[in-house]
Write a protein that binds this ligand. Structure first.
Ligand code: BGC
Length: 495
């Protein structure tokens, strides 16, 4: 063990207690996840509601009534897909502004900004009288997602004690999944409320938004963010408060050292273009692209449509979406427990195998037995629901949470906010692509769309084996020494 390694490994066990105060902070901040999840889960059900289509997309409704039934093409419409996808375009752009806000004003005000946009977006979309209001509402929600998804995961990992960092960060994802499930349930409940059930679905988004707003007033700023902005005394006091012990000097000194290094590097985006920033940047962006190319959002956005495709009636398909929502939440809880025990790589790899099998099996069933018209047998349709649940289970205890966790813990403080912004915006861009393209791709590729996703999952597995380093238990500010400089591929990029 060399000198620097010794220093870092003694720093690893900073004294801390799991304080009530910090638990409250996590809980409130995780409302950002709830809000994001609600937005993901709500659009599929809303776009499938007749009243909604009649009001905003009458041509789609007409087409649906008169078109000859085609299993794979029922909802193939660019404008309808734009309703879902526009949010992610706005989020993409605003995650960069959010990273500046995180650096300049801190994590707490950035979370406050997110909640205000969420509130405005929910109000506008729920009261929309025309498509323009609807889309502007979606864009405001997207701005909220951009700010929230940048600031909340950073907040959570900076405030967590090292040994609990993985689990705490996954709280964000857990709340995302609860938000999706909540949205599925609301859609199921209001689908028979005519003609304004969709308004209720969109308005209920105001509830998590209000939770985040209140939360953002109550939470503490993170010690890292305070030190970064020269509020040393306040940073020290906050660290004592959140750790629940007096002896926080070792951890505080490490935060200070990391922040001083950060100040020497004035322009974070320029710093990111340096060779030594490539490893976390490539890993962060790739994880987010791969996360989307598993095909998860084809299911999260369009599960009701997918289940209708395999032959379920309206109620049955909404109910099946609720079932996958429950599997999503429960499996994410498994991840909270497993991530700091089994490590990141083991979970990601196991899930690749599980998701690959599911996608290939769904593809085979649909290819063999679901022609353009007609439907699957009950047993086959049941098997598809089971396989979708098996797929969601694998995703939910691995790529779902770790796609967010790993980029939040691998950048050094000087490029953390900027680097994470690249990761968030890659996620948003590919979420946008899947939201905008899936229904059209399904129409053209039919069952082959599932083999397409399986191909991506295969590549992801190779990526994990050869390029992804293990970051379990490594202090966030010691990644360069302990991880990048030791990895056979990435060490070539380090000075
Ligand atoms: C992803 C979302 C996805 C969700 C499903 C998140 O980690 O970023 O795109 O819808 O997981 O639970």
């Amino acid at each position: 063990m060399d000198e620097s390694e010794k220093r870092i490994s003694t720093q690893q066990n900073f004294p801390s207690k799991l304080t009530f105060y910090v638990a409250i902070c996590w809980f409130l901040a995780a409302f950002g996840g709830l809000m994001f999840g609600y937005d993901i889960g709500i659009s599929g059900g809303v776009t499938a509601m007749d009243d909604f289509q009649i009001k905003f997309f009458p041509k789609v409704y007409e087409k649906k009534l008169h078109a000859k039934e085609n299993n794979y093409c029922k909802y193939d419409d660019q404008y309808l897909q734009l309703f879902t996808s526009s949010l992610y375009l706005a989020a993409l752009v605003f995650s960069f502004l959010a990273s500046k806000a995180c650096d300049k004003f801190g994590r707490k005000p950035t979370i406050l900004i997110a909640s205000v946009f969420f509130l405005c977006g929910a109000a506008l979309s729920a009261s929309a009288m025309n498509v323009a209001m609807l889309i502007v509402g979606r864009i405001l929600l997207g701005v909220g997602v951009g700010f929230g998804n940048e600031a909340v995961p950073l907040f959570l990992s900076e405030i967590a004690p090292v040994n609990h960092r993985g689990a705490v960060n996954i709280l964000f994802q857990l709340f995302v999944t609860i938000g999706i499930l909540f949205a599925n349930l609301v859609n199921f409940a209001v689908s028979k409320v005519h003609p304004y059930g969709w308004r209720i679905s969109l308005a209920v988004a105001g509830a998590p938004a209000a939770g985040l707003f209140i939360g953002s007033l109550v939470i503490s700023e993170t010690p890292t963010s305070l030190v970064e902005r020269n509020k040393l005394e306040q940073g020290h006091k906050t660290l004592k408060k959140i750790r629940g012990v007096d002896n926080v000097d070792a951890e505080f000194n490490q935060i200070r050292a990391a922040c001083e290094a950060a100040k020497r590097a004035k322009a974070p985006f320029k710093e990111l273009m340096k060779k030594s920033s490539f490893p976390p940047l490539i890993i962060g962006i790739s994880l987010q692209i791969f996360q989307q190319m598993t095909g998860i959002n084809a299911i999260m956005f369009y599960a009701p449509v997918l289940f209708q495709t395999v032959g379920f009636k309206n109620d049955g398909s909404l109910l099946s979406a609720v079932i996958t929502g429950v599997v999503n939440v429960v499996s994410t809880v498994v991840s909270v427990v497993a991530v700091d025990k089994l490590g990141r790589k083991a979970l990601l790899l196991e899930a690749c195998v599980q998701m690959f099998i599911s996608q290939v099996a769904i593809g085979i069933i649909l290819h063999l037995d679901l022609p353009t018209t007609g439907s699957l047998t009950k047993v086959e349709a049941g098997a598809v629901v089971f396989l979708v649940c098996f797929f969601v289970m694998g995703f939910a205890w691995s790529w779902g949470p770790l796609g967010w966790l790993i980029p939040s813990e691998t950048f050094p403080v000087e490029t953390r906010a900027a680097g994470f912004a690249f990761a968030v915006s890659s996620n948003m861009f590919f979420t946008f692509v899947v939201a905008q393209a899936f229904l059209s791709m399904m129409c053209h590729m039919q069952a082959y769309i599932f083999f397409f996703f399986a191909g991506w999952i295969f590549v992801m597995g190779l990526f994990v084996v050869f390029l992804l380093p293990e970051t379990k238990g490594v202090p966030i500010d010691a990644m360069a020494e302990r991880v990048w400089k030791k990895h056979p591929v990435w060490k070539k990029f380090m000075d």
